[in-house]
Design a protein around this ligand. Structure first.
Ligand SMILES: Nc1ncnc2c1ncn2[C@@H]1O[C@H](COP(=O)(O)OP(=O)(O)O)[C@@H](O)[C@H]1O
Ligand SMILES: Cc1ncc(COP(=O)(O)OP(=O)(O)O)c(N)n1
Length: 272
């Protein structure tokens, strides 16, 4: 079985972060592991508190995983401060990890800040150069490129700017556009669009985490980058289309829409 490690924050409501990542990984038939950067007290309405791991404890989690079940791919999500980013970069270099998906989580869609402002520079210098692919949404691509994004051409310009500056592939996600949900990849000097209609579902908490984990799972299974993104986008779109409706705000996706085991059938039976 292929193995994937997520290095990210915990979302107590289960829709984003570590929880979304592990659910996505099990749906992709890979073995998921986690190194937790922070605990968030969070629900579908927003984040009310954050408790960061210490750099030492994050390093201990990474050592424990890398010296035992070596991951075929790594996904990085919420990392809120510069010292934690440095630990991750040092450990990925030490253990020589070949496939790294970096989702540069800065602000949740609910508006809650998930990265300290002075950590952005460390992210750029330490993590972007070792990313196989970076997956910013429009606001994150603006912050990393310093460019304003309004049109598809602006998405391409920002992806090129980031990719050429930090020497990594960049997938600029269009999930916050009103008209479509098209994402653009800039990789090895070429531009590739992944087109998708918007699914009419207000429950879209954790879409970015889910997409990045699905890409990492597909890369671990030896698909090339474009195929990994195509497959990840198809999974995400189906998880949105499944139409789960939980919580009072922007609810989670149905990560397990395609899992039909004998155990889930048993749960649906009338046991009385
Ligand atoms: N309503 C939607 N319909 C279809 N795809 C969507 C929708 N909202 C987001 N996506 C897709 O979800 C993925 C995550 O994008 P986005 O929501 O922009 O990221 P983030 O969660 O990091 O803000 C992208 O592939 C995007 O195109
Ligand atoms: C713990 C944690 N990590 C990441 C996020 C942001 O998730 P994302 O997939 O970008 O989705 P939104 O819910 O912000 O659209 C988070 N909220 N919590």
């Amino acid at each position: 079985m292929k193995t994937v490690l997520t290095i990210a924050g915990s979302d107590s409501s289960g829709g984003a972060g570590i929880q979304a990542d592990l659910k996505t990984m099990i749906s992709h038939g890979v073995y998921g592991m986690s190194a937790i950067t922070a605990l968030t007290a969070q629900n579908t309405l927003g984040v009310t508190d954050v408790l960061e791991s210490t750099p030492e404890f994050l390093a201990a989690q990474l050592d424990a995983v890398f010296t035992d079940i070596y991951p075929d791919a790594v996904k990085i999500g919420m990392v809120s401060s510069a010292p934690l980013i440095k630990v991750i970069a040092d450990k990925l270099n030490e253990y020589d990890v070949p496939l790294v998906v970096v989702d540069p989580v800065m602000v949740a869609t609910s508006g809650s800040a998930l990265m300290e402002s002075d950590a952005t520079e460390t992210l750029k210098q330490e993590l972007l150069p070792i990313a196989t692919v970076l997956t910013p949404n429009i606001a994150e691509a603006e912050a990393l490129s310093g460019l304003k994004i309004k049109t598809h051409d602006d998405m391409v310009a920002a992806a090129k700017h980031i990719g050429d500056t930090y020497h990594c592939a960049v997938l600029c996600k269009g999930g916050h556009r009103q008209t479509d949900a098209n994402d653009v990849l800039y990789h090895e000097g070429k531009v590739h669009w992944f087109e998708s209609e918007r699914v009419d579902n207000p429950n879209a908490h954790g879409t970015g985490c889910t997409l990045a984990s699905a890409i990492a799972s597909n890369l671990a299974k030896d698909f090339d980058l474009i195929t990994s993104i195509e497959r990840a986008k198809a999974y995400l779109t189906d998880a949105l289309r499944a139409g789960l409706d939980l919580g009072k705000g922007s609810g989670p996706l149905d990560h397990g829409f395609d899992i039909h085991s004998k155990y889930s059938e048993m749960n649906n039976q009338d046991l009385t």
